[in-house]
Design a protein around this ligand. Structure first.
Ligand code: ADP
Ligand code: ASP
Ligand code: MG
Length: 411
């Protein structure tokens, strides 16, 4: 049995016309002799609508009930799409996360997939040619519905592909591949034919929402090739695969941005052992992800500590810090939500020097101030004022020559 996993995002299932396009793609794969597991997102805008609805009902929506609510978005798409397939005689059925089952931990709103019952899927696949699986959702060990975080349908698809050893996992979306930067922001962005898992991981974790980060982690761990392509055109997209020699030729292969960042500064905390732990342990216990961290040099036993958290976690973080304020000696707690992070990424950075200098001088030429810098082996991130995000992306994109055909060899 040859099985393909195809995931279609929100814009691909936005209405009947779009779903008919999806049906055409699925029918072509059936004609080629595949059985298909179709993973669907909620119709475009639906998840946001449900989140707004919950906020009207409750100032702090209960996380478990929030997941029950959000899962209805994907439930709607899979039922409607299964109807379309059945109407043209395809042996198809819909499956919700708990019916597969896609077993997750209990982190409501950002659950992690623990297990997928591949034998059961294979059993169901004996009877049907297409399984239409609701993305983004699973269930915990007490049969409570969980969701996998924004963009989580990508992860559902890759995890299913890994579980059943599918040949490839196709991610269909509204762009025809992974670009050197968001093509909706930078018209000069170029499509990348092949990208390494590690580069894609950095791109995704630095904000390129074309793939959810966990989907790339899964793909790398289980060696699932991902093919990102367009629902609305044919032709090849981008392959996300193991790194090979040809990929190191380019110094930088992409620029990503993340506007979901807020900066928090603790002014004048004690510079002594244990203070950082007192700050970050309770934040971590609250499941808040801290990203960039800088500590200034000490002055008379006091220092400033600056870090970033997602914008939606600012209120909770400030409450936690206020409780610890006296103990850590902070004179003031400041915050700023008008910030964004821009990142240049490339596995080639391992072998090229001077990347940071090029990035910093490009930003300087546009008079963009850098508030925080963080680096890894294959990326450099700068926190800047949010209003300069688009300008910074275009400037960095040009500075690294990403608008021109890359020197990297395709193989
Ligand atoms: P879907 O609803 O299909 O899951 P998403 O909106 O989650 O689609 O992801 C696709 C979007 O990702 C594109 O429309 C594009 O604006 C954005 N994007 C950001 N960075 C990139 C990039 N480097 N390459 C391609 N798309 C990107
Ligand atoms: N519907 C969810 C979201 O909008 C999951 C997804 O689309 O992947 O984030
Ligand atoms: Mg998405």
């Amino acid at each position: 049995m040859r099985v393909l996993v195809q995931k279609y995002g929100g814009t691909s299932v936005a209405n009947l016309e779009c779903m008919n396009k999806v049906r055409e793609k699925v029918l072509i794969s059936l004609d080629k002799g595949y059985k298909v597991i179709v993973v669907l997102s909620a119709m475009s805008g639906e998840t946001n609508r449900l989140i707004d609805l919950a906020r009207q009902w409750s100032h702090r929506p209960d996380p478990c009930e929030m997941d029950v609510l959000l899962a209805t978005g994907e439930q709607t798409s899979v039922s409607l799409f299964a109807m379309l397939l059945k109407d043209c005689g395809v042996k198809a059925r819909s499956l919700l996360g708990f019916q597969v089952p896609i077993q997750t931990d209990k982190s409501f709103g950002k659950a992690r997939i623990l297990d997928i019952d591949n034998e059961r899927i294979e059993e169901i696949l004996e009877k049907y040619d297409v399984l239409v699986v609701a993305g983004f959702q699973g269930c915990d060990c007490s049969q409570r519905i969980t969701t996998l975080g924004r963009g989580g349908s990508d992860t559902s698809a890759v995890a299913l592909a890994a579980a059943i050893n599918a040949e490839t996992c196709e991610i269909y979306t509204d762009v025809d591949g992974v670009y050197t930067t968001d093509p909706n922001i930078c018209p000069q962005a170029r499509k990348i034919k092949k990208i390494a898992y590690d580069e894609m991981l950095e791109m995704a974790s630095m904000g390129a929402k074309v793939l959810q980060i966990r989907s790339v982690e899964f793909a790398k761990k289980y060696n699932v090739p991902i093919h990102v392509r367009s629902t609305f055109s044919d032709g090849p997209g981008t392959l996300v695969v193991q790194e090979d020699k040809s990929m190191e030729a380019a110094m930088v292969s992409g620029v990503a941005y993340d506007k979901d960042q807020a900066r928090i500064t603790l002014v004048g905390v004690y510079d002594e052992p244990g203070v950082a732990a007192k700050i970050f342990e309770p934040i971590s216990r609250a499941n808040i992800v801290v990203d960039m961290i800088v500590q200034n040099p000490s002055r008379e036993g006091k220092t400033d500590m600056t870090f970033t958290v997602p914008k939606g976690n600012v209120e909770d973080t400030l409450n936690i810090l206020k409780k610890a304020q006296a103990d850590i000696g902070a004179q003031a707690i400041l915050h700023d939500v008008d910030v964004a992070k821009v990142t240049v990424i490339g596995v080639g950075m391992r072998n090229h020097s001077g990347v940071a200098a090029i990035a910093f001088s490009a930003l300087k030429n546009e008079n963009i101030n850098i508030m925080i810098i963080s680096t890894s082996e294959i990326k450099i991130s700068c926190l800047i004022e949010e209003k300069y995000t688009e300008l910074a992306i275009r400037t960095l994109h040009e500075a690294f020559g990403l608008d021109q055909e890359a020197p990297r060899k395709e193989c």
